[in-house]
Design a protein around this ligand. Structure first.
Ligand code: HEC
Ligand code: HEC
Length: 461
């Protein structure tokens, strides 16, 4: 409370300062979406080889103003007149409407930079299930205009006369701070996007990594999974051919193993295997594995690092219960392929750490879990949940290490020796070394795959 009070004093003085400043300048600057755009915009894009073309796309002021009007009709209520995600209808929404000033998106399919137009078409036409972001049935040209207009929110060089008041690289000016202070819901701490500076720092770092000039608009990213338009302007995901057609059950089995072990999706997402099944899997792969389970293993772990870019911590969905936001009806498998390959928000892209057949297997596995949401599968889903929670299996103490002095009469020693003999001395020694370094680590049996998440997106997401 105290802190809030201090906060308000600071903010009120900032507001007063800005009002005074505005009065001097005769009028307060209009919100960005109410200002007529008076010049053409040139956005950087990429050519077919992925090279950045600084002046790849020019959009006329006329088209941008058409987009601006569409935005004021359909989008500002949630995304805000200044693109900050704080429109009048945004209060209390979870997830928060996207703050377009940051240029950070979740459901694109690019490795860096801002989404390609086709990503935005897919998102806006398809909607994001389970969120306030509905499907928008706009005509092709309307959609094109509004997408180009959205791109004017971030990335304008600091000091551009017609830049939005809180532009991506602008500092937290008094005007900007006052705007945030005026937000009626600002007492709810997590409704205030994290400090502007944090976002700016993050973006700057990602820009520098890309070798871009900080303060310039970001180019569209290199697609990880390409897409094309169909004849109706719908978006088709160009995933490589699915190698599991006719062998779906096998794909689900393989996906299950990748999900729980090799790729460790369970560091964030819930487990869907019982304690016993997880143990059996690991002991089959490595008889010396030290098996342990994370706490709350049947629940996902909220990702608080998402706060910096998306305003609130994000929760990995439970595939058997929650709507999958960007997975479109009728295009489930290719959409899952695209999503897993290219990541979402703070979830890394997996395209580099998994081969296409593995990505497809994961898509089949996640779809098999998603299918449990069908009303006809309600019993099956309940049975799975009951089974998961009922199994209280405790793994037996791990096999004794070879180097340890044998204590006379130690229980189970004979059995351990027999196991070691079975699996060969060299293996046993290796496992012993590993155990010595990381006792109780679940990953011990999972030969060095834990740190394979190299596909992490480079952009500030
Ligand atoms: C009723 C509120 C609401 C309206 C109106 C709305 N949106 Fe959204 N929009 C949201 C929410 C909420 C999200 C964030 C969803 C999430 O993070 O899962 C979002 C996200 C987005 C995203 C980001 C997707 C990503 O990959 O990160 C885009 C682009 C978008 N909206 C465009 C639009 C456009 C264009 C319009 C107008 C035609 C519009 N929205 C109207 C609520 C709304
Ligand atoms: C670092 C944590 C993390 C890891 C590891 C992770 N995810 Fe996620 N995943 C998330 C979060 C967070 C979300 C929700 C994103 C959001 O709403 O912003 C998510 C969402 C998803 C979605 C739903 C997308 C949608 O459209 O709603 C799928 C499918 C998914 N993850 C699959 C996977 C698979 C498969 C793996 C392993 C290969 C994996 N995830 C690993 C954090 C993670």
């Amino acid at each position: 409370m105290n802190r809030n009070a201090l906060h308000s004093v600071l903010l009120v003085s900032a507001a007063a300062f800005s009002l005074f400043g505005a009065a001097c300048a005769d009028q307060e600057p209009k919100p960005w979406a109410l200002r007529a755009i008076t010049r053409d915009y040139t956005f950087p894009t990429r050519d077919d080889d992925g090279k950045v073309v600084p002046e790849g796309l020019t959009v006329t002021a006329g088209d941008l103003n058409k987009g601006r009007r569409m935005y004021v009709h359909y989008c500002y209520a949630c995304h805000g007149m200044n693109g900050d995600g704080r429109g009048p209808a945004s209060y209390g929404l979870r997830p928060l409407p996207r703050d377009f000033r940051t240029g950070a998106y979740k459901f694109d399919s690019v490795s860096d930079g801002v989404p390609n137009d086709i990503d935005l078409v897919r998102i806006i036409r398809g909607g994001l299930h389970g969120t306030a972001m509905l499907k928008w049935d706009l005509k092709n040209d309307e959609l094109y205009h509004v997408i180009q207009f959205i791109k004017t929110f971030p990335g304008l060089p600091k000091g551009t006369p017609d830049g939005p008041p809180c532009s991506q690289y602008g500092e937290a000016t008094p005007e900007c701070t006052a705007k945030l202070a005026a937000y009626p819901d600002s007492s709810i701490e997590d409704h205030i996007p994290s400090p502007f500076e944090v976002i700016i720092e993050k973006l700057k770092k990602s820009e520098e990594k890309l070798g871009l000039q900080v303060g310039q608009p970001k180019p569209t990213g290199e697609p990880i999974v390409p897409q094309h338009y169909d004849e109706n302007g719908g978006v088709v995901v160009d995933a490589p051919a699915d190698p599991w057609v006719g062998k779906e059950a096998e794909a689900v089995k393989k996906g299950e193993a990748l999900y729980h072990f090799k790729l460790q999706c369970t560091t964030c997402h819930a487990h869907y295997l019982t304690r016993t099944a997880l143990y059996d899997y690991q002991i089959a792969a490595d008889p010396q594995a030290v098996v342990s389970y994370r706490s709350e293993m049947f629940y996902a772990i909220p990702q608080s690092n998402a706060k910096a870019l998306f305003g609130v911590a994000t929760m990995p969905p439970d595939f058997t219960m929650n709507p999958l936001r960007s997975i479109r009806v009728g295009s489930e498998l290719p959409d899952l392929y695209r999503l897993i390959a290219s990541g979402v928000g703070v979830m890394p892209a997996w395209a580099q750490s998994a081969k296409p057949d593995e990505l497809w297997a994961l898509a089949h596995y996640v779809k098999s879990l998603k299918d449990l949401q069908l009303p006809s599968n309600a019993q099956k889903r309940d049975a799975l949940k009951t089974m998961l929670h009922a199994d209280m299996f405790v793994p037996p103490a791990p096999v004794k290490k070879e180097e340890e002095p044998v204590v006379d009469g130690a229980a189970g020693g004979g059995e351990a020796d027999a196991k070691k003999a079975e699996s060969g001395e060299a293996d046993a020694k290796k496992a012993g070394d590993k155990d010595a370094q990381k006792p109780g680590d679940k990953k011990a049996g999972d030969k060095k795959t834990g740190d394979k998440k190299t596909g992490e997106k480079k952009t500030g997401r």
